[in-house]
Design a protein around this ligand. Structure first.
Ligand code: COA
Length: 303
């Protein structure tokens, strides 16, 4: 059902996107960022998502805005891809569209909604704060080329259920997770809970670095981007001075998988950031600045 906002002059209508909206949306997204936009690459997948929703804002039946609601888990919504046609910016559309997205997320069963934006995107900071969302984490997405290891460089190995007691204490009870606002992910963050960590462990996605038999650093690999040949590391933590060794080991691990690059998320407040830069990582090209993650509890609230 379209929603008319009666409080404003611009009669924007919000509705689920249709296949026929594609050309108009891609046209106004063409120059969103200096490098273009990724909406073109994900449109078909987003439109086909039955759990989440691809939404458009229209004016006189013409799409002038787009946004995506994704359920990362049955109760956690991720909001992304908010775009307003350059000719219709600063007319209050983003503010109203965000509220609509939050309502859609709640209707789909989400108890919490999150989004990420650049630390430089003042319009989104303003919009999210007006909607009652709070900043829960500041992170950097760093990338480096994969690198074959020197002869006796430390190697990451898959941790197993036997490592669970140490792992749950290190990861779930550690400062790195607190600095991440309890979240993990790459371009889509959700709460790292014990069941999720166990599931990653069972899938062989939790890697560890050992020294004298003891785990001294860990990394959660959630995905391999086959198209870009990139290893995506959703979470890292280490004890003491092992951050730089971990960073090198991740570059080596990507090379051992015959990938070309590795992308890792680190909390800005942590010394992990400096150590990864020292090991040859750089800010990922599409982010270039810190990423701020915002969150809103939806359960029991009205917008
Ligand atoms: C960010 C974007 C969605 C904002 O859309 P919009 O419809 O113009 O935003 P609104 O008119 O609802 O304005 C929201 C608030 O941001 C402020 N704002 C808007 N553009 C701004 C700008 N360029 N600089 C600073 N503040 C800005 C508005 O004044 C308003 O603040 P207020 O509530 O105090 O009045 C739009 O500029 C856009 O599509 N940008 C490119 C894509 C992008 O950055 N998407 C977000 C990715 S997370």
């Amino acid at each position: 059902m379209p929603v008319y906002d009666l409080l404003t002059e611009m009669p924007f209508v919000f509705r689920p996107a249709q296949a026929t909206d594609k050309a108009a949306v891609l046209a106004f997204c063409e120059h969103t960022f200096h490098w273009g936009d990724y909406v073109l690459l994900v449109w078909d997948k987003w439109l086909a998502d039955e759990q989440g929703a691809l939404l458009v804002a229209t004016l006189d039946d013409r799409p002038v805005g787009v946004a995506k609601v994704t359920l990362l888990s049955p109760t956690e919504a991720w909001l992304q891809g908010l775009r307003v046609h350059p000719e219709h910016r600063r007319q209050g559309l983003a503010g109203r569209f965000l509220i609509h997205c939050l309502n859609v997320a709640r209707q789909r069963g989400a108890h919490v909604a999150r989004l990420a934006t650049s630390s430089r995107n003042a319009a989104v900071h303003r919009t999210t704060e007006r909607a009652g969302m709070c900043r829960v984490a500041a992170v950097w997405i760093l990338e480096a080329t994969a690198l074959l290891p020197d002869g006796n460089a430390p190697v990451l190995t898959c941790l197993t259920q036997r490592d669970w007691p140490c792992l749950s204490e290190r990861i779930l009870g550690g400062t790195a997770l607190a600095q991440m606002g309890g979240l993990y992910g790459v371009w889509g963050w959700n709460a790292l809970t014990a069941p999720k960590l166990r599931a990653h462990l069972e899938c062989g996605q939790v890697l560890g670095l050992r020294e004298n038999g003891q785990v001294v650093a860990t990394a959660i690999i959630t995905e391999v981007d086959e198209e870009d040949k990139c290893l995506l590391v959703a979470y890292v933590e280490r004890s003491g001075s092992h951050a730089e060794v971990l960073a090198h080991a991740l570059r080596n691990h990507a090379a051992s998988l015959q990938l070309e690059t590795v992308e890792v998320v680190v909390p800005s407040a942590s010394s992990l950031h400096g150590a990864f830069l020292q090991a040859g990582f750089e800010p990922e090209t599409e982010s270039e600045a810190e990423i701020w993650i915002y969150e809103l509890e939806l359960k029991g609230t009205t917008l």
